[in-house]
Structure formats: C-alpha cells, structure tokens
Design a protein around this ligand. Structure first.
Ligand code: NAG
Ligand code: NAG
Ligand code: NAG
Ligand code: NAG
Ligand code: NAG
Ligand code: NAG
Ligand code: NAG
Ligand code: NAG
Ligand code: NAG
Length: 669
C-alpha cells in the first residue's frame, strides 16, 4: 500500500507511523460521484421510509438534525440510503420506567417489519427467524449503543418500535460502520474506472456497477470476531460474535450472511479487491485460515472457514489453491507463499489423487456453489482442476521447484486433451456436464473458455453463442440450477464472452443482469445480490437449501462483483502477468459500442492505468505503468500504428512490447 517514489524514505516512515492509513493513488475525477462508500464511518439515515402510528419530528432523525417523539406502539423505519453495517447508537432523551423499544433490520425494503428483521441466522419458511433486538425497560436515559454480539453486518433499513406506555423521545440515531475496520477513509480507493455507455438508459451504468462491486467487497471485509454464531442462534435472535479465522480483518462471503470465509466466492471478490482497494491483507488472512485447517491425514481443505467449517467440496478446495495464486500474483508476498507451500502442495496432491486411469478427476466432494449434480467425471470440477494445475505450475516456478512446475504443467496439458475428448459435444457446440448427460452447464462452459480448455477460437465463439441461449431478460438461467440466475457464475460467463472476442454479448449480459440488480427496488441499489430467481424474485435457492426463505438472500455478496475486475481487465484490458505487475498486459476490448474508457489500479510497484478513445477512424490509447516494468500490448484493430509519435511497423500478431512509463499509441484505420 505504501508507494515508492522520490519521497520513499518519508513514505516508509509514514507507513510505519500511521498504519493502517492507506495512501491511495487513484486520481480524482467525475467517477468519484459514483463511489458508494460513505464519507464518514459514522452514518445517519438519509430518509424516512415509513411511519406507522404517531411519530412527530421523524424527519429530524434524517441526517441527525433533531429529536423525534414516538407515541405508544408507533414505529418508524429509517432508510440509510445504501447498504451499511455496524452498531446502532441513539439517544433516549425522554423515557419512563415502562419504556422499551425494539429494533429490526433489513436489506430489502420488502422485509421492513416492526416484528422481524430479514433472516441471517437460519433460513425458515416463515421468513421471520431472526426476530428483533429488544432494548428492555427500563431504558437507559441518554446515549445508548447496541451490544456488539447483536451486530447486523448488512442492512439498509432500520425500524424502531416504541413499546412504551407514554411518549418516547429519541435522537441521534447513527450506525458505526463495522466493516473495513483497518481503514479510516472508506472512499480512499487505489483504483478507478470510468466509461460512458450511450446505448444504455443510464450512461453512467458501467461506472456505477464497477463501484457497486468494489463497495460490496468492502462490506464483506470484516473484523475477526464478527462471524455468525454456529450452531445457529435460536429463533428470535442472531449473534455475530464468532471468530472467523486465524487473523483479522478477514474477507467473508456476505455482509449480512454467511459472514464466513468461502474460497469460491473469493475467486470473484479478490480480483475486485485488487483493482479497487488493493486491500489484500484480509485475503491473506482468509487463505491462511484455510491452510491452517487442512486435514493432516488426507490433505483436504475445508469448504468454508470457521465457525461453519463446512467440509466436502472438491471445487472449493480447488478455489483456495487458485486464490493462493491470485494473492501471490497481486502481492508478490514471497514469505507468505513459503509458509503455506508445504500445505499447498499437499492440497494439490489431494486433487491429483482423484484423477484416475481415465485421466479425469472423479469428483467425490460434492458440495459447491449450489448447483445440482457435480459428481463423478464432472466438467466443472475438471475445468477448475485444470486452472489449479496451470497456476500451481506457475507458483512452483516462483518457488524455484522447476521439476514440480514441469510435472504439474504436463498434467495440465494431459487433462486438457482428456477434457475435450470427454465433454465436448460438436453438435451442440458446447461442453456437457458429465459423461451421461446432455445438459450443457453455465459453469463448466464459462470456465472452459475462460481457462482456455478450448482448442480453437472457433470453439470459444461457439460456446459463447451457446451460453446466450440460456438468457432471459434478466440474465442466464443456469441449466445446472433451474429457475436460478447466479451472478457468481455469470461473473465467469461475462469474462468468457470477452475471451471469445464477443464484446457486444459481454456488455449485453452485463446490462441485463447487473442492470437488474443495481436498479431493482427489491434490493439495496448500492451492493450486489447473492442471486435471484428466473423472474427476478428474491427467492434465490428456495428449493436448494434456503427453505423458501426469500428474506435469507444476501444483498451484498462479493461473489457477484464480477464486472468490477472484468471492466478493468477487459474493457481497459489492463492486467498483471507476473507478481505485483513486474510484467503486465494491455488488451482492450473496444467492440462493445463504448466510445471511450479509462481507469487504473495500484500495486506495490506503483500506478498502472489505461485511457482509450475511438474517434472516427482513429483509436488513441494512453498507457501508464511503473518504470522498470514491461508489458505486452495487443492492438485492438489493424491500421497504421504510431507509438509516442513514431510510426511503428507491427508484426502480423498485432502485438508490441513496451517498457514501463507513459506511452501514447494511435492507430489510424
Ligand atoms: C417497487 O416499484 C414498483 C413499481 O414502481 C412498486 O409497485 C413497488 O411497490 C416498489 N416496491 C418497493 C418495495 O418499494
Ligand atoms: C419461524 O420458524 C421458526 C422455525 O423455523 C420458529 O422457530 C419461529 O418461532 C417462527 N417464527 C414465527 C414468528 O412464527
Ligand atoms: C451522537 O452520536 C454520535 C455517534 O454515535 C456520538 O459520537 C455522539 O457523542 C452522540 N451525541 C450525543 C450528544 O450523545
Ligand atoms: C456471543 O454473545 C453471547 C451473548 O452475549 C454470549 O452468550 C456468547 O458467549 C458470545 N460468544 C462468543 C464466542 O463470544
Ligand atoms: C499445515 O498443516 C498442518 C496440519 O497438517 C497445520 O498444523 C499447520 O498449521 C499448517 N500450516 C500452515 C502454515 O497453515
Ligand atoms: C450428470 O449430470 C446430470 C446433469 O447435470 C446430473 O443430473 C447428474 O447427477 C450428473 N451425474 C453425477 C454422477 O453427478
Ligand atoms: C501427474 O499425473 C499422474 C497421473 O495421474 C500422477 O500419478 C502424478 O502424481 C501427477 N503429478 C503431480 C505432480 O501431481
Ligand atoms: C490456448 O490454448 C491454445 C491451444 O489449445 C494455445 O495455442 C494458446 O496459446 C492458448 N492461449 C493462451 C492464452 O494460453
Ligand atoms: C417468480 O418465481 C418464483 C419462484 O419460482 C415464484 O414463486 C413466483 O410466483 C414467481 N413470481 C411471478 C410474479 O411470477
């Protein structure tokens, strides 16, 4: 986080003295308007959502300008305007011996209810499991703060009900944000993104969704001692005081719930974090938690962190390994990699031990992102294994174990051959789910393109077209989880369309699915939903473990933030290809109808940015990367090329190597 530069010594001193101050380098600009993170970590309501009974001065609670008086049995629902999370404080100004109040919380306005919060402890068909937080009589006169065990990690609406026999006067209702405990200024991002989308009803949509993803992951970055209690709290209560791992702060799956480490979710959330806040310590803590919990006999990693400590998922086991590569690529944290290396190699061996004489992994740990099936010689599991082997081979190189790197690389190559023999169905132009089905799943087909299990570009385009056949107006209905739209798997599908060169299709998907999530008044219009049904209702996974409890769905799930990294990695085309961005690549995707785009991010080597514009027959791009780095630029169109005002003869592959620094590239077609 601490940048190098001319004032290196002073910066290092500041870093030592002022930790955890974040020194962000992202430039200011019109994009800052779309940053959802609040300016202060103490937030007040932005509006009154509803009043029932007689409440005078209710609007004075908005922005904290005065006090309100609640007559007996009345209630007021306050709207914080965006997703927030933390402990409520308020002042009880006028109380008597009979006075008591209850507080209830909800993300969606659909569940504003004086008798119940939305559910976070347990999914129950009556949708009112959690109940309310009662502040019993006699109320303390003056300033009061909610007890920490009753923290609500994610909500937008707070309902305050008076159970007094006389008028109750309150004021100063605030929420102390509990997420990002190590950061003072929540808006201090290291990265930014900005693009206008004239084809959409809201031209600022892409910028908004980039920031919505970033803020979603911030709400998932939490103090160590704020996990959901397991075994779950009894009906009518919730407890968020469980320990989440070996160190904090730590990244979890959702703000309201589950509030546990889930490595699959991190496959999307961590790239978001990289391009927006470069806040990688919570990720390191989450990964360390998983490796510390490895089964010493088998080498199996848990599916989730404590206190849930769910076991039995081959794919989530694999995601911890892929996440290790992501973390190392972004951070270059050699000492951490050395510490986990023994357990990492045992965990790779655990998966390789499931590859039998067919050359495919026989998936036996069936738990996964909620999809049905998934067992045996399954295409999704084997696609993820392929990515594990590629990234393991890369990491072994960095660890100086060349022979292990070669062995994993060779097994990846062999797996790719078997994968295509086993799962590719030429007549469908897609991969099947397993050897005994004609179901073509969203997950495996997205991963196959994204991880380059395909053998040709033609195959990539066919899969991209095939995936579109699952779409309705709101996004892809996953064949492997009927009636469900999964923004998690769609985050990979989005990247797959870009990889296939189908920029228009990628943006179409983005506008449909994330457009729905960002604008629907069923949700919080600031962070991103865990999932929804094919018709857009909140009953995500109703029949698949969530007991028909639509109030249980999370409205701030980092796994749904795929567009944030995709806009940076594909629309700008800016990615790192070796640790900390010592080498990088720029491969902008300009065929989605956008006139221009700009943005960048920071690593410990410095600032990386791209800004491009299409004007008539001219494409102009500015690239800025740290001195001492170098990268490969893939030109997005053919034409005569001018780099830094010098005409350049580009080879047939349309690529050019550049050293770090500032460059301007112009293509005239
Ligand atoms: C959402 O908007 C629709 C259409 O304007 C309206 O009918 C509905 O009551 C709103 N729902 C909520 C929860 O505000
Ligand atoms: C809701 O269902 C749970 C069991 O799932 C039960 O314990 C609880 O009392 C019910 N709540 C209400 C308000 O009926
Ligand atoms: C009002 O609430 C804020 C935030 O919790 C607190 O810092 C402040 O002391 C309170 N003011 C009074 C007068 O109690
Ligand atoms: C969580 O808080 C409850 C209520 O105060 C308490 O009974 C319980 O022991 C706490 N759990 C932990 C792990 O601190
Ligand atoms: C590695 O695994 C062992 C159990 O086999 C565990 O005791 C140890 O803490 C783990 N090491 C790390 C760094 O996670
Ligand atoms: C094979 O795939 C189908 C379709 O997804 C699924 O119903 C079936 O359970 C799968 N087989 C196994 C062994 O998981
Ligand atoms: C490579 O695959 C073979 C055959 O499945 C297996 O025996 C070997 O252990 C694998 N190598 C590594 C390094 O995992
Ligand atoms: C993808 O795989 C093909 C061979 O199947 C290979 O030619 C190509 O270089 C690979 N692409 C990347 C980006 O690794
Ligand atoms: C939307 O889908 C859900 C779940 O399948 C269903 O219960 C609900 O009735 C549907 N709503 C509408 C308006 O069709």
């Amino acid at each position: 986080m601490c940048p190098t530069g001319t004032h290196l010594v002073i910066h290092m001193l500041l870093c030592f003295l002022l930790l955890p101050v974040v020194l962000a380098l992202a430039p200011g600009g019109p994009w800052d308007t779309f940053n959802y993170a609040p300016k202060s970590k103490t937030v007040y309501s932005q509006d009154v959502y509803k009043i029932v009974g007689s409440v005078s001065g209710g609007s004075k609670l908005v922005g904290n300008i005065g006090s309100a008086t609640l007559s007996p049995k009345s209630w007021i629902a306050l709207d914080f305007g965006i997703e927030v999370g933390g402990l409520i404080s308020l002042n009880f100004d006028d109380v008597d011996a009979t006075s008591s109040v209850s507080l209830s919380f909800t993300e969606s306005p659909v569940f504003v209810n004086p008798f119940a919060s939305d559910d976070s402890s347990y999914p129950s068909p009556n949708m009112t499991y959690d109940g309310v937080l009662t502040v019993p009589a006699p109320l303390p006169k003056g300033y009061w703060t909610q007890p920490s065990y009753s923290l609500r990690g994610g909500f937008r609406y707070l309902t305050i009900v008076s159970h007094s026999e006389t008028d109750l006067k309150i004021s100063n209702v605030s929420c102390a944000i509990s997420f990002m405990p190590h950061v003072d200024d929540l808006r201090d991002y290291t990265g930014y993104f900005y693009a206008s989308d004239p084809a959409f009803h809201d031209p600022d949509f892409l910028t908004k969704v980039w920031y919505a993803g970033a803020y979603t992951v911030q709400t998932n970055t939490v103090p160590l001692e704020t996990g959901r209690k397991v075994p779950f709290a009894p009906a009518g209560s919730w407890f968020n005081n469980a320990t989440l791992g070996v160190a904090g702060p730590i990244i979890v799956d959702g703000a309201k719930r589950d509030r546990a480490v889930w490595p699959g979710d991190m496959g999307i959330a961590v790239p978001t974090q990289f391009v927006s806040t470069f806040d990688l310590i919570p990720t390191r803590n989450a990964l360390s938690t998983m490796f510390a919990a490895i089964n010493p006999k088998t080498g199996a990693l848990p599916e989730s962190g404590p206190p849930l400590s769910q076991l039995g998922s081959d794919t989530y086991h694999a995601w911890t390994l892929i996440g290790t590569h992501n973390y190392y690529l972004y951070s270059g944290d050699d000492s951490w990699l050395s510490i986990v290396w023994t357990n990492y190699t045992r965990a790779v061996a655990f998966l390789e031990g499931k590859v039998d004489s067919t050359g495919l992994m026989d998936v036996t740990g069936l738990r996964d992102w909620a999809r049905l099936g998934g067992g045996g010689y399954n295409a999704e599991g084997n696609a993820i294994l392929y990515k594990v082997l590629l990234t393991a081979s890369d990491l072994a190189n960095y660890m100086g174990d060349e022979s292990l790197s070669k062995a994993w690389g060779a097994n990846a190559t062999a797996l790719k051959v078997k994968y295509n023999e086993a799962f590719w169905v030429e007549s469908a132009g897609m991969y099947r789910d397993n050897l005994t089905t004609t179901l073509y799943p969203q997950d495996a087909n997205s991963f196959a393109v994204l991880y380059n299990l395909t053998l040709s570009d033609v195959q990539k385009v066919a899969v991209s077209q095939g995936l579109e056949r699952n779409w309705n107006d709101l996004g892809p209905v996953a064949p492997e989880l009927p009636d469900t739209i999964s923004p998690f798997i769609s985050g990979f599908e989005l990247q797959a369309h870009f990889e296939a060169g189908e920029d228009n299709r990628a943006l179409d998907l983005l506008r449909r699915e994330w457009g729905y999530m960002l604008y629907t008044n069923l949700s919080v219009q600031s962070t991103l939903l865990e999932g929804f049904t094919a018709n857009g209702s909140l009953g995500y996974r109703s029949y698949r473990g969530y007991n028909y409890d639509a109030a249980y769905t999370s409205h701030a799930h980092g796994w749904s933030s795929g567009p944030t990294s995709a806009l940076t990695f594909y629309i700008l085309g800016l990615t790192v290809t070796s640790p900390r961005g010592a080498t990088w690549s720029v491969n902008p995707h300009i065929n989605g109808g956008l006139p221009s785009a700009e943005g960048g991010f920071e690593t410990s080597l410095g600032w990386f940015s791209v800004k491009w514009a299409l004007q008539n027959n001219q494409f102009i791009m500015e690239i800025n990367t740290p001195e001492g780095t170098n990268g490969l630029v893939r030109l997005p169109r053919v034409g005569s090329v001018v780099v830094d005002e010098v005409a350049v003869d580009i080879g047939a592959n349309g690529e050019i190597m550049l050293n770090g620094g500032k460059h301007t590239l112009v293509i005239l077609s």
